[in-house]
Write a protein that binds this ligand. Sequence first.
Ligand code: LMR
Length: 337
Amino acid sequence: MHTPTTFRKRTLLSSALLAACLALSGMAQAQSPIVIKFSHVVAEQTPKGQGALKFKELAEKKLPGKVQVQVFPSSQLFGDAKELEALLLGDVQFIAPSLSKFDRYTKKIQVFDLPFLFDDIDAVDRFQSGPQGKALLESMKARGLLGLGYWHNGMKQLSTNKDKLTRPEDVKGLKFRIQASDVLEAQFRALGANPQKMAFAEVYQALQTGVVDGQENTWSNIYSQKFHEVQKTIAETNHGVIDYMVVTNVKWWEGLPADVRKGLSEAMTEATAHANKLASDINEADRKKITDAGKAKIQKLSKDDVASWRKTMEPVWKKFEGDIGRDLIDGAQKANK
Ligand code: LMR
């Protein structure tokens, strides 16, 4: 028979046990934050490198003890060829590939690669912030990818190991490294050049050894990868854009505790604003550093020169209109002012 005293003692004992268990599990939680890996392929001083570091700082500040964000720049963890797969396998939780690298997952995002579609990065920003841009962030959910935001880099310039680079004729027959994008492949074929898809981490060496003659990229990527040291001329073509989508694994994201997901979303929004504010300044400063370094010549183009590049590249639009959709191309054009 339980006397009231033994009953009370037992109840007290089990509440103490329960409290101890709760405290222990709380400690375990406090001791083991969720480790979040953010992998990317560029240098830390670039717009994307800075965005990733800002995200880490903000996420850890908003969720103290709950998350630990590890950032791996410069293809240290995964390069271009592997990062999307790694994300889907759960080996990394955030990546920010350039928009050119999604064409295996959606044809629609190819809109960003169409040459001379956007006048400048502000137009790109307007398109991304509009309903069509926002819808693209969610367009790969069925493939396991969720876009959390767009990060800017900037407009692309063209570089080669030749002295003359003002007109499309100057690149005929030359070999160019391109990102893994069918649109970019078609763009270089339209110029009569030979495109070669290649991971970002391999470009410097390919330029240095003459495996390829040229490439296209932003000032910040050209400077931070030292491409200007192994190229003779950089033409200021602004013919396209390199921007990023920060993506995560849908299942992982949806499985997070609600407070963690909320904190990470807020950190992402703020890091996005921070990176996007920096991007143009970083590119401008790097353009100047390239000029000051005096290795590659920066070739300014006349209006007529630019028109000749545009005319030669523009047939690419028609080729991809079916895959991308006329509505997206129209929407992007409307973002130009
Ligand atoms: C490239 O491959 O040239 C770029 O997409 C690299 C990057 O992430 O900016």
